[in-house]
Design a binder for this molecule. Structure first.
Ligand code: IMP
Length: 226
């Protein structure tokens, strides 16, 4: 009897999950979206993981797994990563998986936005449709991999608007919110955003018995994620 009760309490104990990102904007959105769940979120950097492998995958899924797998192995904790991008219809879906590198290496967010606006300078309002895509990957030290995807439709503005958010938020107008992502509160953005949706799917799975079991399985195995 006591044994059963102990097990029950153990499964409710907060579980530490490493967040495999160095992007403060993403970290804030992870913390916001997963607040209230029985998890203690720890940034990979706070566990000493500051070097990440090159993101040389051809898809969001591959790049997200590179990050989550690396951090799960380095920390011994289940790790969550995000790989995301902006797909602009007038550019045939570019920059997509290359969004973080759009315009070349070493640019600031402002310079990348300016580069995108320059590419779209002759594109009228109705043809500036775009979507943000996020893929969240959970990788565990026991070798499990789970993938969650979210998308959010909108269009690229003609110039920055709003002070909130991060990355390309100031030039993304959300169709569902009827305003820019950088004009939205964290809660408003979470409700419709690509990352908010992918994290909501993760949260719904994580509290199922199957999700709980995968997250808490610490059986050590010989692993290679890539
Ligand atoms: P990643 O870190 O390789 O996933 O790159 C994602 C790229 O998309 C970075 O340039 C981010 O700034 C951008 N990005 C992803 N999600 C968002 C968002 O929610 N708002 C604005 N920019 C984003």
């Amino acid at each position: 009897m006591t044994f059963v009760q102990d097990l029950g309490e153990a499964s409710l104990a907060p579980l530490r999950i490493a967040i495999a990102t160095q992007n403060p904007g993403k970290l804030r959105e992870f913390a916001d979206a997963l607040a209230g769940l029985p998890f203690e979120l720890v940034a990979a950097g706070d566990m000493g993981v500051t070097e990440f492998p090159e993101e040389n995958g051809a898809t969001y899924e591959e790049n997200a797994l590179i990050k989550a797998g690396h951090v799960a192995l380095a920390t011994g904790l289940p790790a969550l990563s995000d790989d995301s991008g902006l797909e602009v219809d007038a550019l045939g879906g570019a920059p997509g998986v290359y969004t973080a590198r759009f315009g070349g290496p070493g640019l600031t967010d402002g310079e990348r936005m300016a580069h995108l606006l320059q590419q779209l300078r002759k594109v009228p309002d109705e043809a500036r449709t775009a979507r943000f895509v996020a893929v969240i990957v959970l990788a565990t030290p026991a070798g499990a991999v789970e993938t969650f995807r979210g998308e959010s439709e909108g269009r690229v503005l003609h110039g920055p608007r709003g002070e909130k958010g991060f990355g390309y938020d100031p030039i993304f107008h959300s169709t569902e919110l009827g305003k820019g992502f950088a004009e939205a509160t964290l809660a408003e953005k979470r409700a419709v955003s690509h990352r908010g949706r992918a994290l909501a799917a993760f949260a719904a799975w994580a509290v199922t018995p199957a999700g709980n079991e995968v997250l808490r399985d610490t059986t050590p195995r010989e692993l290679e994620f890539d």
